[in-house]
Ligand binder design. Structure first.
Ligand code: ZN
Length: 371
């Protein structure tokens, strides 16, 4: 699969396996290569420091090193505690789960019957020959799990082992099988027909719907709508995945501009999610008369934000002509950067006011894009 970071962006990023915090949860955004990740935020830095502190305090009680402690269920509980301290009470976790040996394991056992859906799984077709794929398993064996086997044979990625690892070795109850298109089709993992054939055979064997299937489509590639029509009428996928495949002939500055436009879509979602979270957290500082009042207050916020996620994406596409209007695109790049960077005093918070990020909607109102 390609990545979409420019050389300049790659210079300012580092691979997660060497640069990321070695804890139970990521403490900054890790990009899959399709977008430029945000720098670590102040809150994420606090979580990271707090996890380190908790590990130092609690690892000796478990008779473990800090690193080993953080790899246990108790270490995971410590990470949830740290996030609750920084972001508010989001996760249901008790201090005993992190502090007392055995408590987190008991909780994990009690929850082991939970329904688990894995919504992105892959295997490769029987005649797949690209040995470059073996690098993934070799890397995983060297860096993550020395017990991995079969890292030098493509069988590891094929149907039989997929069934074993997804449905026998793990707790997954239902999986969604996907595919991925490549410029060089000898790299294609599975065709849409092969995905659906696998779904049919697994579900027949299981006697229930254990495997769901994607159909993959590639907008703007020759004949792509015909492929969509055929999938609808004959394959009947459970869901779809669209992959943005750029023509090889696209001039690099246009490619960069279009990618910047796509980055804007990601950024708008990230900003709205941030603003929504901050508004909900501000409720904690308020006093309410009746028990139902805070529930109503949360509902009101959700009702306000719900339609915004789509309407602001539409507005962005409309104003920038899907990124083709260079001037308007530059303007939006600036607005988005402003919403990421600017602080203001929040009127929402009672008690000592402190500056918070300026909501995206306020930036758009300032600029008279929204009224
Ligand atoms: Zn767009």
């Amino acid at each position: 699969m390609p990545h979409y970071l420019s050389d300049a962006e790659l210079k300012r990023t580092a691979p997660a396996e060497v640069a990321a915090f070695r804890g139970p949860i990521p403490t900054q955004i890790v990009s899959n290569g399709e977008y430029n990740p945000l720098p670590q935020t102040e809150e994420q830095r606090k979580v990271e420091a707090r996890v380190t502190q908790l590990a130092s305090d609690l690892a000796p009680k478990h008779g473990l090193s800090r690193r080993k402690f953080l790899a246990t269920s108790a270490g995971m509980a410590a990470a949830f505690i740290a996030m609750n301290e920084v972001f508010g009470p989001v996760f249901e976790v008790s201090r005993a789960e992190a502090a007392t040996p055995g408590v987190a394991d008991l909780r994990a056992q009690a929850l082991s019957g939970q329904f688990i859906v894995d919504c992105q799984t892959h295997f490769v077709r029987d005649d797949f020959k690209q040995e470059g794929l073996l690098d993934l398993a070799k890397y995983a064996k060297t860096n993550w799990n020395p017990k991995l086997w079969g890292e030098s044979k493509l069988e590891r990625y094929k149907f039989e082992n997929y069934v074993k690892e997804i449905f026998v070795d793990s707790d997954t109850k239902v999986a969604l099988l996907s595919g991925a298109p490549f410029d060089d089709s000898s790299w294609d993992l599975l065709s849409n027909d092969q995905i659906i054939a696998a779904r049919t055979s697994i579900n027949k064997f299981a006697g229930s719907r254990r495997l769901l299937g994607h159909s993959v489509f590639t907008p703007k590639k020759d004949g792509w709508m015909d492929q969509v029509d055929r999938a609808i009428s004959t394959l009947k996928p459970d869901s779809w995945v669209a992959t943005w495949v750029l023509d090889k002939g696209t001039p690099s500055d246009e490619r960069a501009r279009l990618l910047k436009h796509e980055q804007g879509h990601y950024d708008i979602v990230a900003l709205l999610a941030r603003d929504l979270f901050n508004e909900i957290m501000a409720i904690k500082a308020k006093t309410f008369g009746a028990p139902d009042d805070p529930v109503d207050a949360v509902k009101e916020i959700l009702d306000t934000y719900d339609p915004r996620f789509q309407s602001l994406q539409d507005l962005y596409d409309g104003k920038t002509g899907h990124g083709l209007e260079a001037g308007e695109q530059t303007r939006w790049n600036g607005l988005i950067a402003r919403a990421f960077g600017e602080s203001r005093l929040s009127a929402e918070l009672s008690g000592p006011a402190r500056p918070g990020p300026t909501p995206l909607v306020d930036v758009l109102k300032d600029e008279r894009i929204l009224h």
